[in-house]
Design a protein around this ligand. Sequence first.
Ligand SMILES: [Zn+2]
Length: 353
Amino acid sequence: MITYNVSEDFTGGNITVLEITENKVEVRINYRDSAPWCYWAFNVTGAAGKTIIFNFNEDAVGYFGAAVSYDLKKWHWSHPNEYRSDTKERESFTYTFGPDENEVYFAHNMLYNPSNFENVDFMDKFILCNDLDDIPVPMATMGEGEKVILMTARHHACEAPANYILEGALKELYENPIDGYRIVTVPFVDMKGVVCGDQGKGRKPHDHNRDYNDNSIYPTVRAIKELLDKENVKCVFDFHSPCHLGNGNDSTSLVNAYESMRDEMKELSRLFASEIKEDCFKFRDGRITWRDEPLKGTFSAYSGSINTVDFVCTIENPYFGEPDNIMTQEKYLSTGRAFARAMKKFVESKQER
Ligand SMILES: [Zn+2]
């Protein structure tokens, strides 16, 4: 008789259980309405003292095993000292539950759920709009000033690291505000996707970051477009995470949408690299993805076309990092702070030009 349970029944949960035996569970990622992608999250109850293999049958686990949590707030890697460079090694992970580990959460990456945004208790909070299924979408503001910096995350629901970077940046900007600017943030653009544990990326017919067209289908995208019309937004920073891993997806990078912003992007990259301290992820100056022209339907393309907006940047932050550059929640936050220090210098020097 199986005495433990595997479930996706919590905020951000995503798993299908195919088969469960005494020491092995066949699990599968739920793509739902998205293209095949990498996000999964489940909890296990009643397995204290057992050793269990969780098998995905595809490259689904990160370099350092599963992200593990007991409270959905604090996360660590299950195997931080094993570097799974081989695809086959990333099809499963084995976990030995301690004698008191009666409820454990496992996920592809270190989740950042809407309740984590309670950490940002220094901003004024509002409801931007209601998402599909009437799920309220939070927004927050701080600072005085007639000009606005808009900061967003989770245009793709699964990209939780983006929120840690954003939170670190907001904390830094609260302590060291930019004169004359108000900060406005929408931390969970695909709010319903975050709550339901969707991939979000590559959603059909298109995802939130391809919805900035004439007929936007997502309520939050429509509300952000209105916000851009109404507010005097000068700069836009959109926080993302890249693909699962490999091929340039293992380190932090910036994405430039507009050729006309090339020189400024180089300047921001230089400032960001110079702010990276020991407690941050490495960021190499010049790690920028250049686009010849803005990618149609994206938030960066749309916001950059708004009259008031004169700078747009997308920041990609990896899920796992590298053996000498391993991701932790603390490092995410410190990297966000470094980015905000760079932003502040960048915006202030821009003002002088
Ligand atoms: Zn993304």
